[in-house]
Write a protein of this length. Structure first.
Length: 205
């Protein structure tokens, strides 16, 4: 397809596509003339993934390039590929911060028997959340999170089920990214609605 068709099918402007080409995020097309090139479905999939990484995850162009390069190295490792796309695995040597509550997060993961990398950013997020709650006078510990963790397990099964049948690594990464990031507000909305419903059952006559 010509660049105009690539633009139409991807929803990305020709100007932006040319910028991605210059920055090395998108590989060049097959040259058909001095100023013309043809692109294929692989370009379309990669362009959609670039859009998801920059627009949905909010990554910079340079970080997106690093993620794409890392993805290219792990196209045969679906677990690693999903981790890179979703941000649960760090690219390169990005440091992970340790919070005082990290030991509690370790205990939670061990109790659940989860296979989660020791430097996963979500561990830091969870530890910082526990610390913030305690600072506000809500002394929760990791055991309080166990029922929530079991609900999260069930959600993860549903998430990964949505990826069945996808064979192209770029399409898999894009679908996982979109389902995870874009569904999070919907999941939060469902929780709020469920809380309202439960409150109505408990407190109204």
């Amino acid at each position: 397809m010509r660049i105009s068709e690539l633009s139409r099918r991807s929803g990305v402007s020709v100007t932006t596509i040319k910028y991605y080409l210059r920055e090395g995020l998108l590989p060049p097309g097959r040259q058909t003339a001095a100023t013309q090139a043809e692109y294929d479905d692989q370009h379309l999939r990669r362009l959609r993934l670039i859009r998801a990484l920059t627009g949905v995850r909010g990554l910079s162009v340079s970080t997106t390039r690093e993620v794409l390069d890392a993805l290219a190295e792990h196209t045969g490792d679906t677990h690693r590929l999903l981790g890179l796309a979703l941000g649960s695995v760090r690219v390169g040597d990005q440091p992970a911060e340790d919070a005082p509550e990290s030991a509690e997060v370790d205990a939670l993961v061990e109790e659940l028997g989860w296979d989660v990398h020791e430097k996963a950013p979500a561990r830091t997020t969870l530890a910082e959340t526990l610390r913030s709650l305690r600072a506000l006078g809500v002394p929760l510990d990791w055991r309080t999170l166990l029922p929530y963790a079991h609900l999260a397990e069930r959600t993860a099964v549903l998430d990964l089920d949505q990826l069945k049948g996808l064979e192209d690594p770029l399409e898999t990464a894009e679908r996982a990214l979109l389902l995870t990031v874009l569904l999070e507000p919907a999941l939060m909305a469902l929780r709020r609605m469920a809380q309202e419903n439960e409150s109505a059952h408990r407190h109204t006559t």
